[in-house]
Design a protein around this ligand. Structure first.
Ligand code: TYC
Length: 102
C-alpha cells in the first residue's frame, strides 16, 4: 500500500509477526466430594474473584458440571491448573481443573 518510508519492508514484516497469543480458559469440574467452601476459597485465591463471584462460579460448576474461572495465556493457564491441583491434593480433595484453548 502507500507507505513511502525506506524502512517500509522491515516494518511490514514486524507487523505480520505480531499475532495475539492463543488464549486458554481454566475450567473447574464438579465432583461429589470436594466441599463447596473449599471450591469458593480456591476460586477466590487462585482466580482473583470476590466472594460473591466465586460463589456463583462454584454453584454453576455444581449444577452444570463445569465452569470457567478465567481466561489466560498458555503459560499462565498451565500454572493456574498446576497450583489448583496441588492445593486440592494437599487438602485431600478430588477437585479437578483443566485448561482448554478458547
Ligand atoms: N459438588 C460438590 C458438593 O456437593 C461441590 C463442588 C462444586 C465440587 C464445584 C467441585 O468444582 C466443584 N460438595
Amino acid at each position: 500500500m502507500g507507505i513511502k518510508h525506506e524502512n517500509n519492508t522491515v516494518l511490514e514484516k514486524q507487523a505480520q509477526k505480531l499475532k495475539p497469543p492463543s488464549m486458554y480458559q481454566v475450567v473447574l469440574l464438579n465432583d461429589d466430594y470436594t466441599p463447596m467452601e473449599f471450591v469458593v476459597a480456591v476460586i477466590q485465591e487462585h482466580f482473583n474473584k470476590d466472594r460473591e463471584t466465586a460463589m456463583q462460579i462454584m454453584l454453576k460448576v455444581h449444577v452444570e458440571g463445569r465452569g470457567v474461572c478465567g481466561v489466560y495465556t498458555k503459560d499462565v493457564a498451565l500454572t493456574k491448573v498446576e497450583l489448583v491441583l496441588t492445593h486440592a491434593k494437599h487438602a485431600g480433595h478430588p477437585l479437578q481443573c483443566v485448561m482448554e484453548e478458547v
